[in-house]
Design a binder for this molecule. Structure first.
Ligand code: SF4
Ligand code: SF4
Length: 346
């Protein structure tokens, strides 16, 4: 199988983007982040990109549906859809006699903290002398860069000419020697800093930057505060983009990104669409009214519509007493008390 056939199969199986890097492009990477230690016989890294549908951001943009982006636009893309394509492409390569590691974008055992980038002392031991501490952390955005798919923007989010900031990645390491793609030499990020201005975690620096050299190219992005992002992504620094009174349930064991990447994806996407700097453009503008914010100085109260419809019919329940659908049949029959579960505290 040659590179073109691999790409055709990957697209047919569901990838939106495919790029190929020779493993030598990891030369100069820190040992803890060098994928060659994972598969010393690997010759190629295939990087697959999956678009984050613009529609998955719609519910958060309108302030009316918060589960769709954290699930369909985030965790499920990384943990369900991407792995399906990885498995099927791996089967094809293995049928041709090429060992292939399908790597989904999920963290767990890395010796480097994937959020802070710090080394985790006391976490693991090298399996033998000279090897890195397990697990090696593969930086998916740098992998996408090595495979020629685009560039890292000022926000530190990866930008492609097709979708701007709207994609997630999965990786295959294989001993198949495939024709590599050139490093992307275009410019998508124009340093407009809309990502900074609209980041509700105050995580993206306006002026301070980080520079790294990758495959002979100097890359620069903002000096991101990852812990500020961790907080901000869950509804903003002061929960101004979190309309919920309690914690929002995690979706697919992870997704809780209810701030909807207000700066680094939504504002960036709006900017790149307006400037027509990306290929996947839409018939209608994304934003039709300014970004809403919750005013938490006001007390919680029910709206008139809810009182008139639900309260007047005795249909109000305490949010702490969430009744599961499968127990609903028992509700009110034979005097049995329904089982109460609270999904907000597990
Ligand atoms: S919002 Fe502007 S500065 Fe920020 S990453 Fe996008 S294009 Fe670059
Ligand atoms: S996810 Fe939100 S908080 Fe984090 S950098 Fe992007 S805009 Fe800022």
């Amino acid at each position: 199988m040659d590179a073109n056939e691999v790409k055709e199969h990957a697209r047919r199986l569901g990838a939106d983007l495919v790029g190929i890097a020779p493993m030598i492009r990891f030369e100069g990477a820190p040992k803890q982040m060098d994928a060659r230690y994972i598969f010393p016989g690997a010759k190629s890294m295939i990087v697959l990109g999956f678009r984050i549908a613009r529609g998955t951001l719609r519910g958060i943009e309108e302030g009316t549906l918060f589960s769709n982006y954290p699930s369909m636009g985030y965790a499920a893309l990384n943990q369900v859809y991407g792995p399906m394509v990885l498995w099927n492409l791996t089967r094809l390569l293995e049928d041709e006699g090429y060992e292939t590691i399908p790597m989904l974008n999920a963290n767990g055992g890395e010796a480097i903290n994937p959020v802070t980038g710090n080394f985790r002392k006391g976490w693991s031991r090298p399996a033998s002398d000279g090897k890195p501490y397990p697990d090696v952390l593969v930086h998916f955005r740098l992998a996408a860069y090595l495979a020629g798919l685009g560039e890292i923007g000022w926000s530190k989010v990866f930008l492609t000419p097709q979708f701007g900031p709207r994609q997630r990645f999965a990786i295959l390491l294989t001993d198949a020697e495939l024709e590599p793609d050139p490093i992307y030499e275009g410019k998508i990020c124009d340093r407009c800093k809309q990502c900074v201005k609209h980041c509700h975690g105050n995580a993206i620096s306006m002026h301070e930057s980080v520079k790294v050299t990758v495959a002979g190219h100097e890359l620069e992005w903002n000096k991101l505060d990852p812990l500020a992002c961790e907080k901000g992504i869950q509804g903003g620094t002061n929960r101004e983009l979190d309309p919920f009174e309690g914690d929002y349930p995690r979706l697919y064991g992870y997704g809780r990104a209810i701030e909807g990447a207000c700066g680094c994806i939504r504002a960036c996407m709006i900017h790149l669409e307006e400037r027509r700097k990306i290929k996947n453009l839409f018939k209608n503008k994304f934003r039709s009214s300014p970004q809403w914010q919750i005013d938490r100085s006001k007390p919680y109260e029910l709206t008139k519509e809810v009182v008139e419809y639900y309260a007047d019919r005795g249909m109000i329940e305490d949010s702490e007493e969430y009744i599961t659908y499968n127990k609903r049949d028992n509700y009110g029959t034979e005097g049995r008390k329904p089982e109460i579960v609270n999904p907000l505290v597990d």
